[in-house]
Design a protein around this ligand. Structure first.
Ligand SMILES: NC(=O)c1ccc[n+]([C@@H]2O[C@H](COP(=O)([O-])OP(=O)(O)OC[C@H]3O[C@@H](n4cnc5c(N)ncnc54)[C@H](OP(=O)(O)O)[C@@H]3O)[C@@H](O)[C@H]2O)c1
Length: 260
């Protein structure tokens, strides 16, 4: 797929990974829809950065847990640009809770995380299905996590919501072809505010150093490196659908035998 003059909706692009994806697409000449739920200032700042790269933007508030908001986001995109080529379901939320503390999560926590991380991606994909099919060649990328593969991460509820997103990626890939490819990205430790705020600075620094040291590539992901993988998946890999791609510098492999 060629991104020049394509149109991408990136949910949750007011900060972090979503913002980096929007900038990366814009650098390829792709017009971008910047979505936020609370951080309007961040979204507007990302839009200005994208426009400085020569593309058009639309900034739209939408809570992806709300189906009417999802439909409005797609409708506004069509009104502004007349097409949708790429949907990145990046919006995500969590509650940090030690996995051993089973009393730390209640039913509402699971429902809150599932509503955004899993149902949000479903609702956005459903809203964008028709215009994406009309393009003949379109792509959905779901931002999952190593948490969904390995049952790790900020809480059991978060890991479960991302595991469900991975399963949904396969189901959707099966029914949305041949016009739409659906793949998932699974970042490991991503440097930035999400983990720094959630873990606290000291734990964040300690875990960052430990993860880097353990990774064969001696590095963990950044929002920009995740965005590059999303780009690669879209512009290459025309026959890849229903897959998930792990980005963790190889940390999941563990040390080489004899180096434990
Ligand atoms: N950081 C990591 O280590 C890591 C690792 C693996 C996967 N991920 C995933 O990567 C994605 C982006 O996270 P990030 O690290 O870039 O954190 P972030 O900077 O906090 O970004 C989260 C984004 O999601 C948006 N969002 C949250 N709830 C929303 C809702 N209901 N509707 C629409 N947008 C909503 C936020 O917008 P507002 O601020 O405007 O609400 C923000 O733009 C998430 O799906 C996360 O699960 C992160």
């Amino acid at each position: 797929m060629i991104l020049k003059d394509a149109v991408a909706i990136v949910t949750g692009s007011s900060s972090g990974i979503g913002a980096a994806i929007a900038r990366t697409f814009a650098a390829q000449g792709c017009h971008v829809v910047i979505n936020y739920s609370r951080n309007a200032d961040g979204a507007n700042a990302v839009a200005r950065e994208c426009e400085a790269l020569g593309v058009r933007t639309l900034v739209q508030r939408a809570d992806v847990a709300d189906d009417a908001d999802c439909r409005e986001l797609v409708a506004a995109t069509l009104e502004t640009f007349g097409r949708v080529d790429i949907l990145v379901n990046n919006a995500g939320t969590t509650k940090f809770c030690d996995h051993a503390n089973l009393d730390g999560l209640d039913k509402q926590d699971f429902l809150d995380l599932y509503s955004v991380n899993t149902i949000g991606a479903y609702q956005m994909t459903r809203a964008a299905e028709k215009p994406m099919r009309d393009q003949g060649s379109a792509h959905v990328v779901n931002m999952a996590s190593i948490a969904g593969l390995a049952g790790v991460g900020s809480s059991i509820a978060y890991a479960a919501s991302k595991g469900a997103l991975l399963t949904m990626t396969k189901s959707l890939a099966r029914v949305l072809g041949p016009e739409i490819r659906v793949n998932a990205i699974c970042p490991g430790f991503v440097q930035g505010e999400w983990l720094e705020k959630g873990l606290g600075k000291d734990t964040y620094d300690r875990l960052l150093a430990k993860t880097r040291a353990a990774a064969p590539l001696h590095e963990t992901a950044s929002p920009e490196s995740v965005a590059q993988v999303v780009l690669g998946l879209i512009i290459g890999g025309d026959l890849t659908t229903g897959e998930s791609l792990l980005i963790d510098g190889g940390a999941h492999l563990g040390p080489a035998p004899g180096r434990r």
